[in-house]
Design a protein around this ligand. Structure first.
Ligand code: SF4
Length: 251
């Protein structure tokens, strides 16, 4: 990291509400952050998982993801979005063995052009959020509930979600993340099968397909409402703690 990148990272961390950073190298390696307050959340007992779908029988996660991508195909026409102006199917990106997965709503304009999720302004903010908890984009896996851009970035419709979401379930079952962050109202409501507002859902932890699911605000919402970055930072501290609990230090 260059000095400018470090300075920018620290500025963003401060903007997110990070009180301070230790120079001690052991701080980065710690598995329980002293600055994180005791859990005020409770893991919901309710199982909100939809029925599982069969994942490809590949031991290698990268191979299995490639098989899902091939199953979708570059010209998928399973829902009407294929004929409503999409440039390409936007599958997913990142570490096939990721411990942490982010799930958004649908590709936007930049994603539709580049074929990669979260590469526009909201994506750049997501990258900073990931880096703020000491990880890189390459370490996590990122996907959307639906794989094609809706016209004028409208919300995906129920029939489109019904057609496309099984592929996301495949991706989750293959990657097997320990923690899933649902980005924004749409992704959270779609995954949890609820109409509860995101303001009621965030700050809680849900059991979901073998992972802990944490809802938080979408980065695009944060661009319009920067004051909500502090709440996202609280959510990300929870993510960090859950990951640490999943991987206790070796004695
Ligand atoms: S949104 Fe999903 S189901 Fe619809 S055309 Fe695109 S890839 Fe196929």
């Amino acid at each position: 990291m260059t000095r400018d990148q470090i300075a920018e990272h620290l500025r963003f961390a401060a903007e997110l509400g990070v009180a301070g950073v230790s120079r001690d190298p052991a701080w980065r390696l710690r598995t329980t952050a002293p600055s994180i307050p005791p859990a005020s959340h409770s893991v919901d007992d309710a199982q909100v998982e939809p029925p599982p779908v069969a994942a490809p029988h590949c031991v290698d996660h990268a191979e299995a993801l490639a098989a899902i991508k091939a199953e979708i195909g570059p010209d998928c026409s399973r829902c009407k979005l294929h004929a409503l102006g999409r440039t390409q199917v936007v599958f997913g990106v990142g570490n096939p063995d990721a411990r942490l997965m982010f799930v958004g709503e649908a590709p936007g304009g930049d994603e539709d052009t580049q074929g990669v999720p979260f590469v526009g302004r909201a994506g750049q903010l997501l990258t900073k959020i990931i880096e703020a908890i000491g990880m890189t984009r390459d370490e996590v896996y990122i996907a959307n509930v639906i794989k094609c851009r809706p016209p004028q970035n409208r919300n995906p419709e129920p029939d489109e979600v019904a057609r496309c979401e099984p592929f996301l379930f495949h991706q989750i079952d293959v990657v097997q993340p320990r923690v899933i962050v649902a980005l924004g109202k749409f992704a959270t409501q779609a995954l949890l099968r609820t109409l509860d507002p995101i303001s009621r859902l965030r700050g809680r932890v849900f059991e979901y397909r073998g992972a802990k699911l944490i809802p938080t605000f979408h980065p695009a919402f944060l661009l319009r409402n920067p004051a909500s970055k502090r709440e996202v930072w609280e959510d990300m501290k929870l993510v960090k703690r859950l990951l640490a609990e999943s991987f206790p230090p070796e004695s």
